[in-house]
Design a protein around this ligand. Structure first.
Ligand code: ZN
Ligand code: ZN
Length: 307
């Protein structure tokens, strides 16, 4: 599947998502919720007790993300009223489960520790958040997930995320990773991240051999085992990813490479050469590959350490 370029205007972007079947709602810059109707407003004397998912008030804007819609008329009205409103999208209602990495709270270190434990997370649709964090969008497993994984890293499933080009309080914009195009997530929530009781007893066979990631599976069989990342693992990751996601896969591998190099666990030059030739082997142009590799190194923590 090819990516969709998302317009820079918030209202147009919201309509573009809706046209792809993604339910959206508006979120104020400061996240103050929009008012509910009196029947849905707990502080009103007309309030009727009900759960948001069971609401029958008929007002299409009540209950925050439960109001999310693909209705173009309603979306136009919202963003005409407030052209700068950010674009929210509920995760579960859109069939997504999201790993949310917030570098300001140690998310990169937590992601690194997690991947040392369970192996590299499968490449998937990624968004750079306005706060320089990362959203990894997987397909929802269809049941509840634990919310918090470690400092600065959590699973967003019952909640919502903001979508590009929403503006973060820090002034940064949300942006789809790689080439800035949105690609619908097609990768299932990683088995290794499922609650223990939900994991298959024996590892499920992968759909096709092309998608196998041997290092990942080795580590799954030896939880807490000592096998360390290699440049070959990262190269394999790029090679194994299916067509539409290769730029994302490269970006993801490049992020890992920079993290590992910072900890002096791999040689960055070697990783760079390996990843650039893998990128060329899977059909990315040199400038695309270069842009992805470099964007992985321009996150503030990398810049800080490089100085
Ligand atoms: Zn209502
Ligand atoms: Zn209601």
């Amino acid at each position: 599947m090819t990516g969709i370029r998302i317009p820079a205007d918030h209202g147009d972007a919201a309509l573009a998502y809706a046209a792809l079947g993604i339910k959206v709602f508006r979120v104020r810059r400061n996240k103050t919720p929009y008012a509910n109707c009196p029947r849905c407003d707990r502080r009103s004397s007309l309030y009727v007790k009900h759960r948001p998912e069971d609401c029958r008030c008929g007002v299409p804007t009540c209950h925050g993300f439960w109001a999310a819609t693909t209705d173009a008329g309603l979306i136009r009205r919202w963003w005409t009223e407030e052209p700068d409103a950010n674009i929210g999208a509920p995760c579960k209602l859109n069939g997504w489960a999201v790993v949310d990495v917030d570098p300001r709270n140690g998310g990169r270190e937590s992601l690194h520790a997690l991947e040392k434990r369970v192996g590299v997370l499968p490449a998937t649709t990624m968004q750079i958040t306005g706060g320089d964090g990362l959203h990894l969008l997987y397909r929802s497993p269809g049941f509840d997930l634990p919310g918090l994984l470690g400092p600065g890293i959590d699973f967003k499933h019952n909640g919502y995320i903001l979508l590009a080009p929403s503006l973060h309080s820090s002034g940064g914009r949300y942006q789809w990773a790689g080439d800035g195009m949105y690609i619908a997530p097609t990768v299932d929530w990683p088995t290794a991240l499922l609650p223990r009781k939900q994991r298959p007893r024996t590892p499920a066979p992968r759909a096709t051999p092309r998608h196998r990631f041997p290092a990942h599976e080795n580590r799954q069989q030896r939880p807490g085992g000592g096998r360390m990342w290699t440049v070959a693992d990262l190269v394999q990751h790029v090679m194994d990813t299916h067509e539409g996601n290769r730029n994302n896969a490269l970006y993801f591998a490049a992020c890992r490479a920079h993290e590992l190099a910072e900890q002096q666990l791999i040689d960055l030059r070697e990783a760079e050469m390996g990843l650039m030739s893998a990128a060329s082997a899977v059909g990315l142009t040199e400038s695309e590959a270069r842009a992805s590799f470099d964007s992985a190194s321009t996150r503030p923590s990398d810049r800080g350490r490089a100085a």
